[in-house]
Design a protein around this ligand. Structure first.
Ligand code: G6P
Length: 368
């Protein structure tokens, strides 16, 4: 084991640091192909052009990747997108609109609820299935019409890290490919989206170099029993994922919330015993997020801010801030995942939990 782990203490830490390579490997083919639908299979161009709606189905972290994809696909294609948890979808009712493209996201391709959900979807209407999976020849990819493999390599840590961010990268490519096939963006707009991709591995490396600041935050976080994660737009699902990571491995009760929902409930919980981790992009919603920060600060909440450069106006309201070393553009959800993974990892390590094999959880849930 120790030879395999190299300088790392746990597989999870190693896998967090493998992300620049995992992302580069996943994007390799896509970069050569541009946003060509053929990346997803021979029939992809025809299926993408005629699809009437999109339904994303997944479990766990893969579900959170699906929630991010909804923002990208809606923004770039104007298509209606819904996102379902597989264990809910499979027991729900309702027919699928003809031509619906079902996107099934799964690291393993063997999650029982997901397999049941896609089989069920096929009975509900004339749908096509697109699989996004990290395992070639999995049950999921065999049963799908179209597929794209993420190239995360073997992920051993039960809490997903590199499998999650490579799913996001693949979903961004999918959103661009759908827009390309359906001609919903201009050539210049597509090029602008594509131009972010080759920069991604270096962006991730730059953020990984801020690890020691997350170690400092972890020191504070171990003393709390609850935490709240906030974000808006594509960073809302990343707040959900950050909270999930903390629950899974550090056994701290954490909730992710859309920042705008704060006043509809969680604000009642805010006091000096509630750390609040906020993800802030330097975008058109930053002003809205600032007013959320003021609401929290006025109630004594301890804000830990992760922000893009340009968000410095928030600094007077926060206890501690991590300003990312780069602008993240549309890839914000991928980049912001990194400090949240590191924060959960170091908090768990400090608490002495079994980071790679958290209690009661399994890497792949192949039975119901
Ligand atoms: C388990 C794992 C999670 C994963 C989820 C879905 O709960 O611990 O990390 O996100 O299953 O797995 P899948 O292989 O379908 O992505």
């Amino acid at each position: 084991d120790s030879a395999e782990l190299g300088p790392y203490r746990h597989y999870m830490q190693k896998e967090i640091f493998e992300q620049p390579v995992a992302l580069a490997n996943t994007l390799n083919q896509a970069l050569a192909a541009g946003f060509a639908p053929t990346l997803f299979g021979e029939d992809a161009a025809a299926i993408f052009t005629t699809a009437t709606a999109i339904r994303i189905i997944a479990c766990g972290s893969s579900y959170h990747a699906g929630l991010v994809a909804r923002y990208w696909i809606e923004a770039y294609t104007g298509m209606p997108v819904s996102v379902d948890i597989a264990s809910e979808y499979r027991y729900s009712q309702g027919l699928e609109q003809r031509g619906t493209l079902i996107i099934a996201i799964s690291q393993s391709g063997e999650t029982a609820d997901l397999l049941a959900a896609i089989r069920n979807a096929k009975e509900r209407g004339e749908v096509k299935i697109l699989a996004l999976c990290n395992v070639a020849h999995s049950t999921l990819t065999r049963e799908a019409d179209l597929s794209l493999l993420t190239q995360a390599g073997l992920e051993i840590g039960v809490a997903s890290t590199k499998a999650f961010t490579t799913q996001l990268a693949a979903l961004y490519v999918l959103a661009g490919s759908l827009a390309n096939a359906r001609q919903t963006l201009s050539e210049a707009q597509l090029l602008e989206l594509a131009n972010w991709l080759p920069r991604l591995p270096a962006m991730i490396s730059a953020v990984l170099s801020q690890e020691s600041e997350m170690e400092n935050w972890a020191q504070a976080l171990t003393h709390f029993e609850h935490a709240l994660y906030l974000g808006r737009n594509t960073l809302f699902p990343i707040a959900l994922e950050g909270a999930l990571k903390l629950k899974e491995i550090a056994y701290i009760h954490a909730e992710g919330y859309a920042a705008g929902e704060l006043k509809h409930g969680p604000l009642a919980l805010v006091d000096e015993d509630m750390p609040i981790i906020v993800c802030a992009a330097n975008d058109s919603l930053f002003e809205k997020l600032m007013s959320n920060l003021r609401e929290v600060e006025a109630r004594g909440g301890q804000i830990y801010l992760i922000a893009e450069p340009g968000c410095e106006a928030a600094l007077p309201y926060v206890k501690s801030a991590l300003i990312l070393p780069i602008s993240t553009g549309p890839l914000a959800p991928i980049v912001f995942s990194i400090p949240l993974q590191l924060l959960a990892y170091h908090t768990a390590h400090r608490k002495g939990t079994d980071v790679d094999k958290p209690r009661n959880l399994a890497k792949s849930v192949t039975v119901e």
